[in-house]
Design a protein around this ligand. Structure first.
Ligand SMILES: *Cc1c(COP(=O)(O)O)cnc(C)c1O
Length: 394
């Protein structure tokens, strides 16, 4: 296999590597919990094949290591958003089937074939380009998954465009309809009719394709929420993402999931403030009593949301320590006045569990999301590349 000009142009993310870590700030990835979550999802999936969604560097956990662990644990395949992400996994030695969902391939059709990636398509021009590339490469029929927009309004063929797509498949025997998929907008809301409406539309499209002689080998719609809520049954594949990483996609779903990422650092400085003294940018916090303040080398550039200013918590010695003042780019301060025995070098946990002499606690991505007006998906993917990932076997 020769290196193609394109793969040279594909931008690889540069992450901080564990061996380069001097700062004690790091994300620990618990591979045992990852395997546990896969078992939970496999049980929920029944006979359906589990395709783990590893877009955005496996939701910030480190794509290659996560994929390797899940592949060895028997996952059927993976889905990613970008062709760049899929190539990164192939170059890391991942052999499992890879579905590229984002729909943007530029001129990289040859890369898709070379790396044996399965593209998601939704317009006849994509079939034409892929067919031309397959002819050039002398490849056999290339399997693609057709995405139907059943009112997510984001990506996929609208139902009225399906007839034209069926004709495009007929014109291009180099391309084979291997799968049919859609994406659900409200799978996390059991009171919503949206999922039923979307699945009914999906069934109509499937029937129309069948009438045109097109029968996809597999169908899939379920994300983590739909899989755990059981509201998109009967398909051959499921596509969970966030649940693999131990986050319940909605309250009460997947209570047995275990968090995979733990973000920890260590206290680098301690100072006593008099009552009335202020701290941080804008003097946004003022001590109401004589206070002991710990400075931590973790800030918003590492993914600690600035929205936690004056309202978040970290765990120190197993007990919550409130964030005081505004989170700055590289640092945050916490109030450890009520943490007897605290010292420089003590561990502080921003995400995940901690056990210590003062107790045991856990900060979840869902808690941080609720405090900062976002969703746990954004909290996990927000942990930046400056934070090295350490992969742990339990
Ligand atoms: C991200 C994504 C998923 C996985 O969603 P989760 O809510 O993380 O389980 C599944 N399908 C598509 C098309 C996606 O973009």
């Amino acid at each position: 296999m020769t290196a193609s000009p394109l793969s040279l142009r594909v931008c690889r993310p540069r992450r901080a590597a564990p061996a380069e870590a001097v700062r004690p700030t790091r994300a620990e990835i618990n591979l045992g919990h990852l395997r546990h979550n896969l078992r939970v999802l496999k049980r929920a999936a029944g006979p359906a094949a589990v395709y783990g969604v590893l877009k955005a560097d496996a939701y910030g956990h480190g794509g290659p290591a996560v994929a390797r662990t899940l592949e060895r644990a028997g996952i059927e395949g993976f889905a990613v958003a970008l062709i760049e992400e899929a190539i990164e996994l192939r170059e890391a030695g991942i052999r499992a089937p890879l579905l590229v969902m984002g729909g943007h391939y530029g001129r990289a059709w040859g890369e898709l074939l070379r790396h044996e990636l399965t593209p998601v398509v939704f317009d006849p021009g994509q079939l034409e380009a892929l067919a031309a590339e397959a002819r050039l490469a002398g490849a056999g029929p290339v399997g693609v998954h057709l995405k139907i927009d059943t009112s997510m309004g984001r990506l996929g063929a609208r139902p009225h465009e399906v007839a034209a797509l069926a004709r495009a498949f007929a014109r291009h025997p180099e391309v084979r309809l291997a799968g049919l998929m859609t994406h659900l907008a409200c799978a996390d809301d059991p009171t919503s009719d949206a999922t039923r409406t979307q699945l009914a539309l999906f069934a109509r499209v499937e029937a129309e394709l069948a009438a045109a002689g097109l029968r996809p080998g597999v169908r899939h719609a379920a994300n983590s929420a739909a899989l755990l809520a059981g509201n998109a049954p009967g398909f051959e594949w499921v596509r969970p993402g966030v649940a693999l990483f131990g986050v319940a996609p909605a309250t009460g779903l997947g209570p047995e999931l275990r968090p995979v990422m733990r973000v920890r650092t260590e206290i680098v400085a301690l100072r006593r403030l008099e009552a009335g003294e202020a701290l941080g940018y804008g003097w946004a916090w003022r001590a109401e009593r004589p206070s002991l303040i710990a400075t931590l080398p973790l800030g918003y550039a590492d993914g600690l949301p600035r929205g936690l200013s004056n309202q978040g918590n970290l765990l120190v010695r197993g007990k919550r320590a409130p964030v005081v003042g505004v989170v700055s780019m590289d640092m945050v301060m916490v109030d450890v006045t009520d943490h007897p025995g605290v010292g420089v070098g003590d561990e502080a946990v921003a995400l995940g569990p901690q056990r210590g002499p003062l107790g045991a606690g856990e900060i979840t991505a869902s808690e941080i999301a609720a405090q900062t007006g976002t969703i746990p998906w954004e909290v996990l993917t927000g942990v930046s590349r400056r934070v090295p990932r350490f992969f742990r076997e339990p």
